[in-house]
Design a protein around this ligand. Structure first.
Ligand code: ASP
Length: 446
């Protein structure tokens, strides 16, 4: 792109979104400090309401695209592979890589939480002033209770991938079921051959239309994200953040280690790709993930960034990313392991090494089962708590600052998917470094 063309186009999308985030934080904090959090009347409330609607419209537009996009892109990815064995190889590699990175994430989480011990020596008075009780509710320390149910829940997740009724799966927006049906349909189409050409052409058209749709929605991303972030920071509870600061910091350090060291090394060594270039390419998706706290809502952006800006072939990206958005949640797995040990420490329960292994396994599985929506990790954490013999009410201890941590772990979930796409694409010889100035808004759909 020439300098004049660039000037005409204005700032790159990632800078616009970053400015939106910074201004959103500044405005939200200003209102929070001046008027207090949680205002429910008057003009400030009106502004907050308008902003929340603005953010909601953006998230709804993105979510509107997910099902048709996942359907069309996976179908085309598989038909273009042309060989069912190639699909088996790609699928095996993808699932294997996802298990590996999730396990590494939990390991990082367990490492930092055992070094920082955020639940020991915490100011319990500050917590109780916030209405957060640290008394042990009910019996705890029943080692091993619930391990079986954790496994059953995960087996259920896999069995439930098979939709009893594909139309219902599409209507419900069940991404895993849609993926399963689409893979099945695409394999059958490949086998049928010529007779399925008309259908394939229609789906190819749908795929291109959806990709254009993402580009259209991206235009409003910086403004919508500004509103979304401002509304979140207007309501942020600083007292809770302070009281639970050490815990939050432990989660963030763990996420940092996984994102900057583990995943970056994998991209560098196995993906043979400059991690800085990758960050730049997927920055819009990472910032959208951080703002929306939903990997599912971010999925259209992730797919577009990887194919149009990072040079990953749609053949790989369109298969690896939708699956990753739903089953590969490194940030969530890491956060669950830290949170459960924090809760145990706060309640004065000593966790043995064996119990930490149980947490290691169940946190990895619970993250696979978590939906790609805000707060989902908090729900599946019940699996880990039960397995560790801790009371479910323990979740109440960390609720107050969950949203902000959700934003960070969601960004790492998406970063994990992006890194996986690069490493797997490299192993399939399906990646090229992007051209200078490559941008979703300028690109023609692949
Ligand atoms: N919000 C996360 C996501 O969408 C899931 C979680 O709650 O950890 O990836």
């Amino acid at each position: 792109m020439t300098a004049t063309e660039k000037k005409k186009k204005g700032l790159d999308l990632q800078w616009k979104i970053l400015i939106g985030i910074v201004l959103g934080i500044a405005l939200g904090l200003f209102i929070n400090v001046t008027y207090g959090a949680g205002v429910t009347t008057g003009p400030i409330y009106a502004i907050k309401t308008v902003f929340k609607y603005g953010g909601d419209i953006f998230i709804r537009l993105l979510r509107m695209l997910i099902i048709p996009l996942v359907f069309a892109s996976i179908f085309m990815a598989i038909v273009n592979l042309g060989d069912v064995r190639a699909l088996g190889k790609l699928g095996g590699k993808t699932v294997g890589f996802y298990f590996l990175t999730t396990a590494l994430a939990v390991a990082a989480g367990l490492l930092v939480v055992n070094v920082f011990n955020p639940g020991l020596g915490i100011d319990k008075e500050a917590l109780s002033a916030l209405g957060i009780g640290t008394e042990v509710p009910g019996k705890v320390g029943r080692a091993g209770v619930g391990e079986k149910s954790a496994v059953i829940i995960i087996i259920d997740t896999f069995v439930n991938m098979i939709p009893k009724n594909p139309v219902a799966a599409f209507a419900k927006g069940d991404i895993l079921q849609v993926i399963f049906f689409t893979i099945f349909l695409a394999i059958m189409a490949s086998i049928v051959g010529k007779a399925s050409d008309t259908m394939t052409n229609v789906i190819h058209g749908l795929d291109r239309i959806m990709q254009k749709g993402i580009m259209a929605i991206m235009v409003i991303a910086p403004y919508a994200i500004f509103m979304l972030v401002a509304a979140i920071f207007m309501d942020l509870g600083f007292a809770a953040l302070k009281a639970l600061g050490k815990y939050a910091l432990t989660v963030l350090v763990g996420l940092g280690i996984h994102a900057f060291i583990t995943l970056t090394a994998l991209v560098w060594i196995f993906g043979k790709y400059n991690p800085l270039k990758l960050v730049k390419a997927v920055a819009p998706a990472l910032m959208t993930a951080w703002s929306t706290a939903s990997s599912a809502a971010t999925l259209p952006m992730t797919m577009s960034n990887l194919t149009n800006r990072a040079g990953v072939s749609p053949k790989v990206a369109n298969f690896v990313l939708p699956l990753g958005a739903t089953v590969n949640m490194d940030g969530t797995a890491l956060y669950e392991s830290v949170a459960v040990i924090f809760i145990a420490q706060l309640l004065g329960v000593d966790l043995t090494f064996g119990m930490q292994i149980v947490i290691f396994i169940t946190a990895s599985l619970a993250a696979i089962g978590a939906a790609a929506i805000p707060g989902a990790g908090l729900v599946t954490m019940g699996i880990v708590l039960t397995a560790a013999g801790l009371p479910l009410d323990g979740i109440g201890l960390i609720l107050a600052i969950d949203r902000i941590l959700d934003q960070f772990r969601t960004a790492i979930n998406v970063w994990g998917d992006a890194c996986a796409a690069v490493v797997i694409a490299r192993s399939e010889d399906a990646i090229s470094e992007p051209a200078e100035g490559a941008d979703d808004l300028a690109a023609e759909p692949a």
